[in-house]
Design a binder for this molecule. Structure first.
Ligand SMILES: CC(C)(COP(=O)(O)OP(=O)(O)OC[C@H]1O[C@@H](n2cnc3c(N)ncnc32)[C@H](O)[C@@H]1OP(=O)(O)O)[C@@H](O)C(=O)NCCC(=O)NCCSC(=O)C[C@H](O)C(=O)O
Ligand SMILES: [Mg+2]
Length: 269
């Protein structure tokens, strides 16, 4: 495992209770694997999932970046989840249903970067403070729970959640941390997934959370600079003279040069 230095593009949930998925995850190209102890795990299998998670982290993921999603603050299982992380080399811990900065407190002793999930109306209004917390490295949109909390008649309706989704990106940027889009539930709808991942990138997310292996490669492509973007950024940087100028039929200024340099750095140029 290596420290997370660059924003991950793809973060795949792997249920701690699914032995085959834990095995399969070893060969997948997700930037981060999130071993889940929360909603993917039935209540009567939480203990077994903790043990499987420990065994997998200790033995199965050399070279992978791995996080664990523990149960939420105030839930029955959280203390046992945190205890089960002792001695493990992890890259991050994911905390669901973070409604306030105080919800982070039980995790502070772990000394790990926290990815805080924003999944309730209360959390949307607290997201700026959560994002600014010293231990929070990223926000994750939990849109299944948010849709439920909002009582949306059509379930995962991103149009109906557009204000909340944008608020998560704004909070992350105001607080200086990364932000990751929510999951796409329709695992057999490849075109729909690509459209949603592209939309997430356009909205400003750094990457996207995933639930199925088939989503990993399309997600990595969607959140990586394309050859067209790289060529345009190289041309812009080469042409820049400082201040306002005409380039390729439009005005560019210093912030456009900074954005182009950031894109090239992300692309490894
Ligand atoms: C969604 C699934 C339940 C679908 O399962 P299934 O129909 O069994 O999948 P497939 O048969 O298509 O699987 C093909 C192979 O891939 C492996 N697999 C499947 N999913 C994963 C995975 N997530 N990680 C690793 N490997 C996976 C299968 O084992 C098959 O392997 P093979 O034997 O070689 O053919 C299932 O995909 C699943 O459980 N996904 C994760 C669900 C999850 O973690 N949910 C919780 C996180 S999402 C969430 O909570 C979001 C947030 O909180 C919110 O509120 O929105
Ligand atoms: Mg959730």
């Amino acid at each position: 495992m290596t420290p997370i230095e660059y924003a991950p593009r793809s973060l795949l949930y792997v249920p701690g209770s699914n032995a085959r998925a834990l095995e399969k995850a070893q060969g997948l190209a997700a930037d981060v694997l999130i071993i889940d102890l929360e909603d993917a795990v039935p209540a009567d299998r939480k203990g077994a999932a903790r043990e499987a998670m420990r065994a997998a982290v200790l033995a199965s993921f050399p070279g992978k970046r791995v996080a664990v999603r523990v149960n939420g603050t105030g839930s029955a299982g959280q203390a046992a989840d945190i205890a089960a992380l002792a001695g493990l080399e992890l890259d991050a811990v994911v905390l669901p249903k973070v409604d306030a900065v105080a919800d982070l407190d039980p995790l502070r002793g772990l000394g790990l970067p926290i990815f805080a999930m924003i999944e309730t109306p209360v959390a949307i209004y607290a997201a700026r403070d959560i994002a600014a917390d010293r231990d929070v490295r990223g926000l994750i949109a939990g849109l299944n729970d948010l849709a439920h909390e909002l009582r949306l008649p059509d379930g995962m309706d991103r149009g109906a959640m557009s204000h909340a989704i944008q608020a998560i990106v704004l909070a992350a940027r105001a607080g200086g941390c990364w932000c990751f889009d929510g999951v796409y539930n329709a695992i057999d709808d490849a075109a729909g997934f690509v459209a949603e991942a592209d939309e997430g990138r356009r909205l400003g997310f750094d990457g996207k959370t995933l639930i199925h292996p088939s989503q990993v490669d399309p997600c990595n492509r969607a959140f990586a600079p394309s050859p067209r973007e790289i060529a345009a950024a190289e041309a812009l940087v080469a042409a820049a003279t400082g201040g306002a100028q005409r380039h390729d039929g439009r005005m560019i200024e210093d912030m456009h040069v900074a954005a182009a340099r950031a894109l090239l750095e992300r692309a490894g140029r």
